[in-house]
Design a protein around this ligand. Structure first.
Ligand SMILES: [Zn+2]
Length: 610
């Protein structure tokens, strides 16, 4: 919308108000209920509407096995109480009671066998050793098996000769059943808690919702247009942008300097495009590695940890060369493969090997995940990616934690670290990662053939992406994203490309719970290990210990459930509105959460015995 249109609309406002009338709320209201919950945007001419609430229900519901366990526990409890309300004497005196008790025992036996089946399924899902590493799970299994044996004996021991044995067995059995009911109730409670979802909304979402409701109240198209104009500016975060009245050209000279620069950049761009340089796309990647990448590049289960034993930090160079070759970025963007390798080697060697988490493997993992979003989740078409866009997404991911000292921003600020002093306590680490990337790019003359315009575009997007990986920005950035998604004109292929880039990198950076447990668990111990090393230093220095950094109080399982509930799950649910294909992979997060829910007691025991 041009400034002239804005001004025209401003002058039309009074006219619109004079003719406006309130209409009763009817069918529009009903459609607006859906409107509140859905976001629509346009991809290559097709208007897509994604009902996020519907996918939420599909993917966050309690799985069948847990529902079955809840039902079984309820029936089992009922039977235990029926059994408790009758004594064996009642049964002797009344044949009906005896018959009822017999039937309840048979049903109990069936339920106990089903519990055995449940344990077998969980063993199959989580692995036998993992499941029984929790001593309570082992104890449960023991009680269930013992109870089955006792019921079978109880049903078969008849006559006075066995009365004494029978009495003792009944006593033990009653106690065991009570204990089992207690344990199973705890399990049900955990399952229910695992299904809990948190809804965090921002005022801007509420404002947009109110304005939408208001627009629904009017028939006058001018007023609706004014309200939509307001919604557009609020959701674009442009409410403080200047609207220039009168002679614009002079004011623009002062206020909007980049306009002039942009003109120069486009001329420069024409100049540089006339130089014909052809670069080969062959980087002489080791053949075995090329095949390994080809097989696993879209595989979230990829066991890339072993690659580092063989290739060390050069693995990042190899991965990036593979992507650049595959997507023909060398020839299209006129990037010299030699400069590229030098730049990647420099980045790789600037990741600290001694860091448990923020090392080159993490850079590999995040880049791998970003490519998964591009290719498997089809962001290449949704975001209408150009070759330059590919290079921005991949390079920013590879460099997003370069030269990370294994300490977080809070520690750097508290200890007056050099980086905190350089960047004035504002996302110091992320600023440093971005600055280091551009230092490497400059030193290796990576973009010597880029136009000023392309370089500026790359730099702006890349810096924004890397800065968005500061978790302190998560809440604000997430609310901005939701406001954009709630707007009428969300367009991931054009005006919202930047916010989508930021979102993809941040999502990849917090993607551990999105991965199969085999990889997720390794990352969990690595990240907490690094946090705890920081906590040890904080204690030694007499500083307050940062949350999750105290090895004596952090319950590993609880920390991950909190991470999933507060950050990962809400973020990925929203990300599905941009990448609908993601829905196919969301169950993994819930499955991982259930795994941790079952491990809480195990980790609590470890903490208590420290
Ligand atoms: Zn990271």
């Amino acid at each position: 919308m041009t400034e002239q249109q804005n001004l025209n609309e401003d002058t039309n406002r009074n006219l619109g108000q004079a003719t406006a009338k309130v209409v009763p709320r009817g069918s529009k209201e009903i459609s607006n209920i859906f409107g509140d919950r859905r976001s629509s945007y346009n991809i290559e001419g097709y208007d897509r509407v994604i009902a996020d609430e519907i996918t939420d229900q599909q993917h966050q519901g309690i799985p069948l096995i847990d529902k079955a366990v809840i039902a079984l526990v309820l029936i089992f409890t009922l039977l235990v109480f029926i059994n408790f309300s009758f004594t064996s004497n009642d049964a002797k005196e009344d044949p009906d009671i005896d018959k009822t008790l017999f039937v309840t025992k048979i049903i109990e036996l069936v339920i106990l066998i089903l519990f055995v089946l449940e344990i077998s399924i969980r063993c199959f899902q989580n692995g036998f050793i993992t499941y029984f590493s929790d001593c309570w799970s082992f104890f449960d299994a023991l009680i269930i098996v013992a109870s089955i044996v006792l019921i079978v004996l109880d049903l078969n021991l008849q006559g006075d000769a066995f009365t004494t044995i029978s009495k003792v067995l009944r006593g033990i059995f009653r106690f065991l059943r009570l204990f089992l009911v207690f344990r199973k109730y705890n399990q049900v409670k955990k399952i229910n808690n695992a299904g809990t979802r948190y809804t965090v909304r921002s005022p801007v979402e509420k404002v947009i919702e109110i304005m939408r409701d208001l627009a629904d109240q009017f028939e006058d198209s001018d007023i609706i247009k004014q309200l939509n104009w307001g919604i557009t500016h609020i959701s674009n975060n442009t409410v403080y942008e200047p609207i220039i009245e009168g002679r614009k050209s002079e004011a623009l000279g002062w206020l909007n300097q980049p306009q002039n620069q942009q003109l120069m950049a486009s001329q420069e761009s024409k100049k540089s495009s006339s130089i014909e340089i052809i670069f080969s796309n062959d980087t002489k990647l080791p053949e075995q590695l090329r095949q390994d990448f080809a097989q696993n590049i879209l595989n979230l289960d990829y066991d890339y940890f072993s690659l580092f034993d063989r290739y060390d930090s050069a693995i990042l160079t190899h991965l990036m060369c593979y992507y650049f070759e595959k997507e023909h970025l060398f020839s299209t963007l006129k990037i010299s493969p030699d400069s590229f390798k030098k730049c990647m080697d420099q980045l790789g060697s600037n990741y600290h090997k001694e860091n448990l988490y923020h090392n080159v493997i993490h850079a590999f993992d995040v880049t791998h995940t970003v490519y998964f979003f591009i290719e498997k989740c089809n962001f290449k078409e949704i975001g209408k990616l150009t070759k330059l866009d590919y290079s921005i997404l991949l390079l920013s991911a590879a460099a997003h934690d370069v030269d990370h000292p294994g300490l977080n921003n809070i520690f750097l600020n508290n200890t007056r670290h050099e980086l905190a002093m350089t960047y004035n306590d504002k996302s110091s680490l992320e600023q440093h990662h971005a600055a280091t990337l551009f230092k490497c790019i400059r030193e290796t003359e990576l973009f010597s053939n880029f136009s000023i315009q392309d370089f500026k575009y790359f730099r702006e997007k890349s810096i924004s992406m890397i800065l968005s990986t500061d978790n302190a920005m998560h809440g604000k950035d997430f609310n901005k994203l939701k406001a954009r998604l709630a707007s009428n004109d969300f367009d991931p292929g054009s005006k919202d490309k930047g916010i989508c880039f930021d979102t993809l990198l941040h999502a990849a950076d917090i993607s551990n719970p999105f991965k199969p447990m085999k990889n997720y668990e390794k990352w969990t111990f690595r990240v907490l290990g690094e946090f705890w090393q920081q906590g040890d230093r904080e204690k030694d220095m007499g500083l307050p210990v940062t949350m999750l950094c105290d090895r004596r109080t952090t319950n590993v399982a609880k920390s991950q459930i909190g991470f999933i509930d507060f950050m990962v799950l809400p973020y990925y649910n929203t990300l599905q509105q941009i990448l609908p294909v993601l829905a196919e992979f969301m169950e993994q997060i819930s499955e991982n959460k259930r795994y941790w829910a079952e491990q809480i007691e195990h980790y609590q025991t470890l903490l208590n015995t420290q």
